[in-house]
Design a protein around this ligand. Structure first.
Ligand code: GCB
Length: 585
């Protein structure tokens, strides 16, 4: 974190903001900047050409020269939100939205530092305080922080965030993807007051050595200082002194905590102190490991009864409320799931917190989706940073067992190099989880060269739907010897809610339910299949889908886009998972 502000020295746009400045929020009391902001949509990118951030706040009657923008002259919108769902004419807007709001600030203590925390901005965000560029962040679904301290004024301050959601070939995801391209400041925005030297990050986890009786505490400070941090877990009656050198420290302690699992999602209050600073989190301890083709949770084999979920809502777009998260968990429970695959980008951080409390296992993913610009080093750095921000955000969440580095990417030399670098980085940064990716079959078999870099092989397969050759599934299962756990990360079929017609070959509820039955009959026979996450819980917006049964929606949900009307396959899967749950752990 050390630089106290990422100011103009870094060029007119400010520095690129990355995972290394992300401040841990747990246990802090941020000041919320949610609520009314002024928003001006800028289709032609004039804001950057004309340097709108540098304009003063005079009203049009006071201008001496004509302007194309006035600071407070936008439309008042509520943040967080996606602009696409606010006005019908904004539905398909792809460009830059200039958000502005002012806030009052009075220093509370002389050494105070102030950081802006943005939960997510889709896709690129440029932050300006009182006209000064403070930094630029890429990536639509991970949080970022920028230090405001040196640019703050006592009294009124003007914050501007220019958010751009254009689909571009060098972004992650690139131009083509099968979900809606929402834009905007769609997660919470906070101000965080911090002491001069503060705790940037603190994690506690079980050492993944198979023993399950050693905890590792790691602390990172804002600046490269020496000293001792103290990590305590009151319920276990332990206090771990963590020697810190140049801002980083780690210590291990022998202890046997009650382990976290879906059956018993035990969380401990963990408090980390350094100097005047304190953070506090609720953390579960568990071990996830692959042993040959088996997936082991706390040393025992586990079968993942999963479902995939997008973060999409007809009213909210990609914004998420507690109520929406609760509903998702309620539906997953009704399906007898113990696992959710959160596709295809990081979901709101409340999802992993809720999964920790409720005992659901999670797959979390970054949107390295289809044809990314794998030859570009800049694109790689963007993907790597998104992965690092996700790991930093959710590393203390016991529910997260898998980091996914990609979905259905083409098997090329550049791609494999890109993904294996990403896999190594994720494993190095977080050895307490397994690395996976959703792959496709080649010639009906597992042949993708990236599988050698994965701990768990995700396979997306649509036998019975895109590929009508259902016996092909049996051939694939019989003739594959992956030597690692295989998770069927997608399988499914479209159905239009309410379309009941047993004789219809496609899109009826009956056909979708039949494909579920046929698939699971065969999948149950393969011993190396450690779980399934069918595609998917709810129908979701996707502009690629324009037939009269789709009308802008992917219809592979078990529930319609109203999150209410269940299809026949919902009951089918609930029944299948109940049986599996009774016979396998
Ligand atoms: C897939 C993709 C997913 C699509 C799905 C479909 O394989 O991973 O993003 O939405 O198929 O419905 O075709």
């Amino acid at each position: 974190m050390s630089p106290r502000s990422n100011s103009c020295e870094n060029g007119p746009e400010g520095a690129l903001i990355g995972a290394d400045t992300l401040v841990m929020l747990a246990g802090r009391r941020p000041e919320h900047l949610d609520g009314p902001w002024s928003l001006t949509l800028d289709l032609f990118g004039e804001g950057l050409n004309q340097n709108w951030a540098a304009l003063d706040e005079k009203r049009p009657i006071e201008w001496e020269l004509p302007r194309d923008y006035d600071i407070a002259g936008g439309e008042i919108v509520h943040v967080p939100s996606c602009w696409n769902v606010l006005r019908p004419e904004w539905r398909f807007f792809e460009g830059t939205g200039w958000y502005t709001r002012s806030f009052e600030w009075q220093q509370r203590r002389t050494d105070e530092r102030v950081v802006l925390y943005v939960g997510a901005a889709a896709y690129e965000a440029r932050v300006y305080l009182n006209g000064y560029p403070l930094g630029r962040h890429r990536g639509a679904s991970t949080p970022f922080c920028v230090e405001l301290t040196d640019a703050l004024e006592t009294g009124a301050n003007r914050l501007q965030i220019a958010v751009n959601n254009q689909r571009l070939a060098n972004r992650i995801p690139p131009e083509r993807f099968d979900w809606f391209n929402y834009g905007g400041l769609y997660r919470e925005v906070h101000l965080v007051r911090l002491p001069a030297l503060f705790i940037l990050d603190a994690t506690v986890s079980l050492v993944p050595d198979g023993g399950r009786f050693t905890l590792l505490a790691e602390v990172t400070l804002s600046d490269p200082t020496d000293g001792t941090a103290h990590v305590s877990i009151p319920e276990l009656d332990i206090e771990i002194p963590v020697p810190v050198s140049a801002g980083r420290g780690a210590a291990v302690v022998a202890v046997t905590p009650a382990l976290w699992s879906p059956a018993s999602p035990k969380l401990y209050r963990v408090v980390t102190r350094f100097g005047n600073d304190l953070v506090e989190d609720q953390i579960g301890f568990r071990e996830i490991r692959a042993d040959g083709p088996q997936l082991l949770l706390n040393g025992a084999p586990i079968y993942l009864r999963g479902i995939c979920a997008h973060e999409d809502d007809v009213a909210l777009g990609k914004s998420s409320t507690r109520e929406d998260v609760e509903r998702r968990f309620g539906h997953a429970r009704a399906l007898n799931c113990n696992f959710l695959r959160l596709t295809h980008y990081p979901h709101h951080e409340n999802v992993a917190k809720t999964a920790d409390e409720r005992g659901l296992l999670l797959w979390e993913e970054i949107p390295v989706y289809w044809n990314v610009d794998f030859a570009s080093d800049e694109t790689y750095r963007d993907a790597e940073n998104q992965m690092q921000e996700l790991i930093r955000r959710d590393r203390n969440r016991a529910s997260v067992i898998l980091w996914s580095i990609g979905n259905e990417t083409p098997d090329t030399v550049e791609r494999t190099h890109f993904l294996s670098r990403l896999a190594d980085m994720a494993r190095h940064m977080d050895p307490t989880r397994l690395v996976t990716a959703a792959c496709t079959l080649q010639g009906g078999m597992i042949k993708d060269s990236v599988t050698s870099s994965l701990d768990v092989i995700g396979i997306n397969q649509y036998f019975g739907w895109y590929d009508p050759d259902l016996p092909g599934l049996a051939r694939f299962l019989e003739h594959s010897f992956p030597g690692k756990p295989v998770l069927i990360s997608e399988v499914g079929a479209d159905a239009l809610a309410g379309l009941r017609d047993p004789s219809a070959p496609l899109f009826s509820e009956e056909r979708q339910a039949q494909i579920y039955r046929q698939q699971f009959e065969m999948l149950a026979r393969a011993s190396y299949v450690c779980g399934v996450s069918p595609w998917l819980l709810y129908d979701f917006r996707s502009e690629r889908r324009q037939s009269s049964v789709q009308r802008g929606f992917n219809r592979k949900g078990l529930i319609a886009e109203d999150k209410n009307r269940t299809k026949l396959a919902f009951g089918e899967l609930a029944r299948i998972y109940q049986q599996i749950g009774e016979s396998r752990p």
